[in-house]
Design a protein around this ligand. Structure first.
Ligand SMILES: Cc1ncc(COP(=O)(O)O)c(C=O)c1O
Length: 390
């Protein structure tokens, strides 16, 4: 049977991983500055995480949500403490799209309204409502098109205020990434997030902080939205939560009450996923990874700013983007195939760095030195090396 082709693939087969490295089926080692798309939070195959999952497997992997599963409460307690949201409620599911789907649906149930506000260049996932609030018509199927969603310009507080002034009574939720990932590492300004908070409060709408990519410590705070000192009504989480084990969730503010029938799931919160998620939080705490991400990120960004070829170095913690000029458009491929470093991209010309939060200083230097070599190699091929060095 053929696999359904959903992405253009690089011709590399990855079969093994440890820490910040992955290996292909030929034994070639790659430095993973992409974290498998921001998923690897504590490092590939971290021994504590592996042991946590193995031990859980021997006890029980799955039972349905019709009974108490004590490990769910253990996870909720730990997550409440580390995220600084002990009074929020936790609903567990399996993926980022599902987290956003549930958050939007809950906001609609809670407010009794239909209108969702999203922003230009947003990405929130591929299920029906999540894709409807995603600003990319190419991935929206006809059946997912809806008048219930409006897109406003990102970081434009007055556009938001004007929209609320006219439509406030109909708005169920505003959904926003603290740092847009797929959109190209665009940071929501603190003033913008504060305006979202004020408007949602004034009009009884729900503020949904999509933290699927920028959350879970990656930005150097637990939620990237925390930099603006605002509390969202719902936080959605996925990628880094399981370090590669599929687990996701939403944190729901105490004023939003649960009612039977609103949400549900078969696999969400299964004991194996909870064990993986607990393993991640334990390592984050033991290794002080949120602070490490902050410091390592600042170090890398400062060094990147010294590269004359790179433009708009930006980001927070280990969620970093920079733009490459047209003559360096082969850089990402060069990094992978000749220098064995994985990075991410955002069209048209952004390179994204989303490595494990446990990236060491040595590995950061390895990346920076190799990046220099790769840029020089591309420039040399283009006959540009001598010219810029003069
Ligand atoms: C901000 C954001 N939200 C939601 C999603 C969707 O997550 P998933 O692919 O786990 O459904 C992504 C995935 O890249 C994302 O970056």
């Amino acid at each position: 049977m053929k696999l359904f082709e959903v992405y253009p693939l690089y011709d590399i087969a990855i079969t093994r991983a440890a820490g910040a490295y992955v290996w292909d089926d030929q034994g070639v080692q790659y430095l993973d500055m992409y974290g498998g798309h921001a998923v690897i939070s504590i490092g590939h195959t971290h021994p504590h995480w592996v042991k946590r999952i193995e031990q859980q497997l021997e006890k029980i992997a799955f039972y349905s949500n019709s009974v108490h599963l004590p490990i769910q409460q253990e996870l909720a307690d730990k997550l409440g403490k580390i995220s600084g949201k002990p009074d929020y409620q936790l609903f567990l599911c399996n993926s980022g799209a599902e987290a956003n789907e549930n958050a939007l649906k809950l906001a609609s149930f809670y407010t009794g309204r239909k209108k969702m506000v999203a922003f230009s260049k947003s990405f929130h996932g591929r299920t029906s409502l999540a894709v409807a609030v995603t600003d990319n018509p190419a991935i929206v199927a006809p059946v997912n098109e809806t008048d219930n969603v409006v897109f406003l310009p990102f970081n434009d507080a007055s556009a938001l205020e004007n929209y609320f002034a006219e439509n406030g009574k109909n708005i169920a939720a505003v959904i926003v990434e603290g740092i847009q990932g797929v959109g190209g590492i665009n940071m929501a300004s603190e003033a913008f997030l504060q305006t979202i908070r004020t408007q949602c409060t004034a009009h009884n709408a729900v503020f949904i902080a999509d933290s699927v990519q920028c959350g879970y410590g990656r930005s150097g705070r637990f939620f990237a939205h925390d930099y603006a000192n605002v509390a969202a009504d719902i936080y959605t989480m996925a990628k880094g939560m399981g370090n590669g084990f599929p687990v996701a969730g939403i944190l729901i503010a105490p004023h939003i009450p649960a009612k039977y029938g609103m949400l549900g799931t078969t696999f969400g919160g299964n004991p194996l996923a909870c064990a993986a998620a607990l393993g991640v939080l334990e390592v984050m705490e033991q290794e002080n990874l949120i602070e490490m991400a902050k410091q390592r990120g600042m170090y890398i960004m400062n060094k990147l700013k010294e590269f004359p070829e790179l433009e708009n170095v930006r980001g927070r913690g280990l969620m970093i983007g920079f733009d490459v000029p047209d003559y360096l458009k082969e850089l990402r491929k060069k990094l992978i195939f000749q220098f064995n470093i994985f990075t991410g991209e955002a069209k048209p010309n952004t390179i994204r760095l989303l490595p494990s939060l446990a990236l060491t200083r040595k590995q950061a230097d390895e990346f920076l030195e190799t990046l220099r070599e790769a840029i020089d190699a591309v420039k040399e091929e283009q006959g540009l090396l001598e010219k810029t060095e003069q």
